[in-house]
Every structure is written in C-alpha cells, then in structure tokens.
Design a binder for this molecule. Structure first.
Ligand SMILES: *[C@@H]1O[C@H](CO)[C@@H](O)[C@H](O)[C@H]1NC(C)=O
Ligand SMILES: *[C@@H]1O[C@H](CO)[C@@H](O)[C@H](O)[C@H]1NC(C)=O
Ligand SMILES: *[C@@H]1O[C@H](CO)[C@@H](O)[C@H](O)[C@H]1NC(C)=O
Ligand SMILES: *[C@@H]1O[C@H](CO)[C@@H](O)[C@H](O)[C@H]1NC(C)=O
Ligand SMILES: *[C@@H]1O[C@H](CO)[C@@H](O)[C@H](O)[C@H]1NC(C)=O
Ligand SMILES: *[C@@H]1O[C@H](CO)[C@@H](O)[C@H](O)[C@H]1NC(C)=O
Ligand SMILES: *[C@@H]1O[C@H](CO)[C@@H](O)[C@H](O)[C@H]1NC(C)=O
Ligand SMILES: *[C@@H]1O[C@H](CO)[C@@H](O)[C@H](O)[C@H]1NC(C)=O
Ligand SMILES: *[C@@H]1O[C@H](CO)[C@@H](O)[C@H](O)[C@H]1NC(C)=O
Ligand SMILES: *[C@@H]1O[C@H](CO)[C@@H](O)[C@H](O)[C@H]1NC(C)=O
Ligand SMILES: *[C@@H]1O[C@H](CO)[C@@H](O)[C@H](O)[C@H]1NC(C)=O
Length: 525
C-alpha cells in the first residue's frame, strides 16, 4: 500500500535537505500543559498556499508512553490555521497520509479545501508525525547513498524477471541500514504511538477533551487506530481515502489494487469524453484504443528504452512512475495527455519536466514510509518464497500498479524495529462515542471505496459515503455534495444516510478546479 506518493527518484539525483538525526530529548517534567502559538518559519509561510493566518508551536510529549520510568520527551511541531469564521466549533486535527508525509507543510499548502469543506468554523491543526521531518526523523542512508540505492533498486518488480530476487537482497540492505542508524528510536515511531500523540495534543488544547480528526489515506489507519484505542474520546472523525487497516497491520495488502486499472482506464475515457481538451484524442480513436496504445508503448520501451536529449533514459520505470503519479490527480490529466502525445512523437520534454520535482524524496521524509509501515506490521510468514508468491499474486490484480509494492513488503519482512506499541485490541468491533464518517472514491487508484466499506463494517454506527470520483481521496475530483456532507457532519454531527453517493462537479478534462466547487457550495448556502 502506497498511499502518499509512488515515485522514487529514478532519473534524477534530487538535492534533498540533509537528514539530521534528531533525537534530542528533554526531561519529562518540562511537559507543557498548554500550547503557545506563535509565528511559523519563513519557509512554512512560503508554502502558505491560501495566504491565510498560520501559527506554529511545539508541544513536548513523552518519548515512550509505554515506559513510565522513562522521563524523556520529544517536541511535536504543530501548525494551525485558525477558523476563518465564528463561532468557533473546536479544533480538527489532520493527517495527510504516507505514512511518511509531513503535517505542517501539507496543511499550509492545502488548507483551502479543508477550510471550505469544514465551513471555516474549525481551527485546523496538523503536526509532523514521528519518523518524519524533525521528529524522530527516519534516517537510513545519506542522500547520496539513497540516490545510488534507489537507482539500483527501482521499485517496479516487473521491470525484469530477476528483479524479485534483487529486491529480496536490496530490501534487506535497506532494513539493515535503517536499523544501524535508528535502533535507539525506531520502535517509537509506529502508529499506536502517534495515536497517543494525537490525544496529547487534544489534552493540551484544553477544549472538550474529545478528538475531532480528519485523516486522508494512511491517515485513515491512524484514525481507525486512535478510535479503537480511545473510543470514548471520539467526537467526529472523517476518514477519506480509506486503507484496509486489517491488511495494513496483519498481513500483506491486496485490496488497494481493486480499482487501479479502472483508474487508468478513466484517464483514457475522460480524454475521449472531452476531446477538445485532450491532446491524445486525435481522430476517431476510442478509449480502449488509446489504452492499448499506451500498453504497447510501455511493453516496447521495457525492452527497447531510448535516449532523449542525450541524458534521459525513456524506459519502463520512467513511464510507469509518471503514469502512476498521474492517476492520483485527475486535475493533471490535460497536461498528462500532452506529455504522452509528445512522448509517442519522440518529444519527452514535458514528461521529463513533470517527472522532476514530484518524487517522494522531496515531498516526504526519505524512507519514512518503510520505517512507519514496517514497524506497524505483524506478519508471521516472512520467507523469500512466500514474499515472491505475494508479489506475483499482486501482478494478477493490476497491470498498472500490481508490481509497485513488492519491495516494500519485502523490506517489512526484514524489518528489525517493531513498534513498541502495536494496537492489540479488536479492530473489527469498535464502538466510538460518536459514529465515524468514511468516504471512499469509486476509482481511487490506491484506496478504493471497497476499503472504506470494509472499515466501516468494523465501526458501529459509521456510514460510508461513496464519492464517484477518480484520483486519490475525494478532493482529487471535487464535489459540492461531498463538501456539504463533511460540513453537516463536522458542524452539526449529521451523518449522510446509509448508501449515499456524491457525484463530482469537476468533470474530467474540464480544467475546472476548486473555485468552481466553492461557487456551487456557496450558492446553495
Ligand atoms: C503546494 O504544493 C504544490 C504541489 O507540491 C506546489 O506546486 C505548490 O507550489 C505549493 N504551493 C505553495 C504556495 O507552496
Ligand atoms: C496575502 O495577504 C496579505 C494581507 O491580507 C496581502 O497584503 C498580500 O498581498 C497577500 N499575498 C498574496 C501573495 O496574495
Ligand atoms: C524504561 O526507561 C528506563 C529509564 O530510561 C530504562 O532504564 C528502562 O530500560 C526502560 N525500560 C524499557 C522496557 O524500555
Ligand atoms: C546512516 O549510517 C551510514 C553508515 O552506516 C552513514 O553513511 C549515513 O550517512 C547515515 N545516514 C544518516 C541519514 O545519518
Ligand atoms: C478513423 O476513421 C477512418 C475512416 O472513417 C478509418 O479509416 C480509420 O481506421 C479510423 N481510425 C481509427 C483509429 O479507428
Ligand atoms: C539534459 O540535457 C538537457 C539539454 O541539454 C539539459 O537542459 C538538462 O539539464 C540535462 N539534464 C540533466 C539531468 O542533466
Ligand atoms: C516538445 O514538447 C514541449 C513540451 O510540450 C514543447 O514545448 C516543444 O515545443 C516540443 N518540441 C518540439 C520540437 O515539438
Ligand atoms: C509484466 O510484464 C509483462 C511484459 O514484459 C506483461 O505482459 C505483464 O502484464 C506485466 N505484469 C505486470 C503486473 O506488470
Ligand atoms: C475486511 O478485510 C479484512 C482483511 O482482508 C477481512 O479479514 C475482513 O473479513 C473484511 N471485512 C469485511 C466486512 O469485509
Ligand atoms: C445499502 O446497500 C446495500 C448493498 O447494495 C444493501 O444491501 C442495503 O440494503 C442498503 N441499505 C439501505 C439502508 O438502503
Ligand atoms: C470540456 O473542457 C472545456 C474546457 O476545455 C470545459 O469548458 C467543458 O466544460 C468541458 N466539458 C465537459 C463535458 O466536461
């Protein structure tokens, strides 16, 4: 399951800020009882996409909640977007996924959609979770070593028929490197511990002592976990782009692939549906023909890569990486069509340009996805043959994404720092103080509605809202109907009826964006 971003740096040697091993602790007696909000760094202000007030703070929390004689603390780094309107209905904590994604930058960058969908009356708060940024930062290899490593072990296992065995060895190298550098804190970055951090923030906020939470993608695993650990302290939880947490914790992950191929088909269907805005839709080709053309090209360059501009290899890894990124974000599809059209004609300029700057290592903390996900996993059967069999089983579930995850699963089989606090209770029967709202995209390439329904079955009184959209999370292809449902839930505690559905207002290949949806929502108020 890769719910944050798929790409590893393949073409490029990205300059990433040098990882600093951040493991400063304070004695626990300095634990603050409240949060003192102040200015954010200029760097965070720069990513303040909505140009709204943002405030930052640190909160000291126990390093190890399981050991009361350990008085050490760590600082959580928080960012808040205060409610833009009154009366204030309390804070909502957010997590944007990964695992391995940050909190502060993501909230600063994308606060608009969350403000609109919560009707501007809640403070929005996010912190960088353990394992990321400066908080017990994951550190396995330095940047140079990491670039060499990812070039040597591209994530796609179907790149050649010996790649699985290479992955088996490479994933052990990674697990060992992480262990060497992080063995003193690697067992303290799991989701169970981060769930306790959420409640520490709730305590320090001094509101009603209840959690309001909005989790996207892996954030839904965190949400389900905190709800199972503290059911009596749950006010409202929106879990959007839902991960099957049973698979995440207890085994290998398959369900996330359910709609990956349909998501790719949607790209070609959307193209034909609005041909005037799609560079690929020349003549009378059908969506199925465009899709065939894509796969023929992909299988061809797998065997016959070509060189663009004298320095860029156009190969299986390049193109798959690019397309997988693209199916997360329908907004990017007109540009994707231009890039593919150029590519087929021998001009890879747009594709190369788009590939640079979207890599995982720049968005998240390198290897943090491995570190958090693997420390959370409880799997019994870890033999090489079993892992190979798991990978091959995934091949049968999706052509476009079936070979993306084998390396990670193998790294988890080799992982040496299991989380000290794995949730041991019953995640199949949870009764929260207030019911949870699950949202699932029909054609989400990594978190399909099937997983939302699966998780909803475990949470008493919860409801799944099906959002008939493409891309990753309901914000990928926005709908006024979904915004209204979220507002009614957070503001009034009202759940949508069972089996509700919402249709996006942003149609595919239309060039429309959030402003279009805001106009519809505001008109209906
Ligand atoms: C927000 O993030 C997007 C995607 O990473 C980026 O293109 C954009 O420049 C960012 N906006 C700001 C204001 O930083
Ligand atoms: C942000 O808002 C401030 C004050 O509201 C305004 O002066 C400034 O021009 C805005 N900046 C941008 C980039 O919109
Ligand atoms: C608990 O913390 C104390 C003090 O730091 C330490 O000596 C002890 O080894 C820890 N116990 C466990 C089980 O981690
Ligand atoms: C991790 O340790 C290796 C040596 O084992 C070292 O080369 C590398 O720089 C360390 N990485 C980080 C991020 O500290
Ligand atoms: C498009 O139509 C023309 C004539 O109507 C036909 O010759 C051609 O094969 C068609 N192209 C495709 C891709 O179907
Ligand atoms: C590749 O070559 C092009 C054109 O000469 C140049 O603009 C680009 O910066 C080069 N890219 C890399 C990664 O060296
Ligand atoms: C190649 O593609 C780029 C980006 O779409 C475009 O700007 C450029 O004009 C194209 N070059 C040629 C020779 O067609
Ligand atoms: C693996 O690659 C072969 C072609 O080399 C292709 O036929 C097959 O569909 C691919 N499977 C996956 C899951 O990528
Ligand atoms: C949810 O998924 C888990 C893991 O695959 C499975 O064991 C469970 O039966 C599913 N629950 C429902 C209600 O489908
Ligand atoms: C919801 O949909 C399911 C599956 O189609 C159906 O079995 C169930 O009766 C529906 N529930 C309501 C309240 O409509
Ligand atoms: C097609 O795209 C145009 C913009 O290029 C947009 O105005 C129009 O609404 C879109 N049509 C559909 C059916 O989405």
């Amino acid at each position: 399951m890769i719910a944050f971003s798929l790409s590893l740096p393949t073409l490029l040697v990205a300059a990433v800020a040098q990882a600093e091993l951040s493991f400063e602790t304070k004695p626990r007696k300095t634990l603050e009882k409240s949060i003192n909000w102040g200015q954010c760094s200029p760097e965070l202000e720069e990513s303040n996409g909505a140009n709204v007030t943002i405030q930052c703070a640190c909160l000291a929390v126990p390093l190890d909640y399981t050991n009361h004689s350990n008085k050490a603390t760590i600082d959580l780094e928080l960012l808040r977007v205060p409610a833009l309107r009154g009366p204030n209905k309390g804070s909502i904590l957010l997590n944007f996924g990964g695992p391995g994604g940050d909190g502060r930058h993501s909230l600063a960058n994308t606060s608009t959609q969350y403000s609109v969908a919560s009707n501007y009356v809640h403070d929005l708060i996010a912190f960088d979770p353990r394992g990321t940024v400066n908080t017990l930062r994951t550190s396995c290899m330095n940047n140079e070593e990491n670039s060499v490593f990812t070039a040597k072990y591209p994530m796609f296992s179907n790149v050649s028929d010996v790649q699985l065995s290479h992955h088996w060895v490479g994933s052990e190298i990674l697990a060992n490197a992480c262990y060497k550098n992080m063995s003193n804190f690697g067992h303290l970055i799991g989701t169970g511990t981060t769930a306790r951090d959420l409640m520490s923030v709730v305590d320090a906020l001094g509101e009603d002592g209840l959690l309001r939470f909005w989790g996207i993608s892996y954030g839904t695993v965190l949400g389900a976990t905190v709800a199972a650990m503290f059911p009596d302290r749950m006010d409202k939880l929106v879990l959007d782009a839902v991960v099957n947490a049973h698979e995440y914790y207890n085994g290998y992950e398959f369900e996330y692939l359910t709609k990956a191929d349909a998501a790719l088909s949607g790209f070609f269907e959307g193209c034909i549906g609005n041909a005037s805005n799609c560079a690929l839709a020349n003549g009378n080709a059908t969506a199925a023909q465009l899709e065939n053309q894509f796969y023929e090209y992909l299988w061809n360059i797998k065997v016959n890569p070509w060189l663009f501009n004298g320095n860029a290899s156009i190969d299986y890894v390049t193109l798959k990486d690019y397309m997988l990124e693209a199916i997360y974000a329908p907004e990017s599809w007109p540009a994707t069509a231009i890039a593919l059209d150029g590519l087929y004609k021998g001009n890879a300029t747009a594709l190369i340009k788009a590939s640079i700057g979207t890599s995982m290592s720049e968005e998240g903390t390198p290897n943090a996805m491995f570190a958090i996900r693997c420390s959370d996993k409880r799997v019994e059967e870890k033999s090489r043959n079993h892992l190979f069999q798991i990978s091959r089983e995934k091949y049968t579930l999706s052509n476009i994404a079936g070979d993306t995850d084998g390396f990670q699963e193998m790294a988890c089989a080799h992982w040496r720092m299991p989380s000290k606090e794995l949730y041991e209770g019953d995640l199949f029967h949870v009764t929260t103080k207030n019911p949870v709202l699950f949202i699932g995209n029909t054609y989400d390439p990594v978190t399909p509605v099937e997983s939302a329904r699966n998780m909803s079955a475990a949470f008493y009184g919860s409801v799944t809202l099906e959002h008939f959209g493409y891309g990753h999370s309901s914000f990928a292809q926005q709908s006024a109907c979904t915004f209204r449902a979220i507002r009614a839930y957070f503001n009034e505690g009202q759940l949508p009826p069972v089996n509700s559905t919402c249709i996006p207002d942003v149609t595919l290949f239309s060039g429309l964006g959030i402003d279009h949806v805001i106009a519809i929502v505001d008109k209906s108020e």
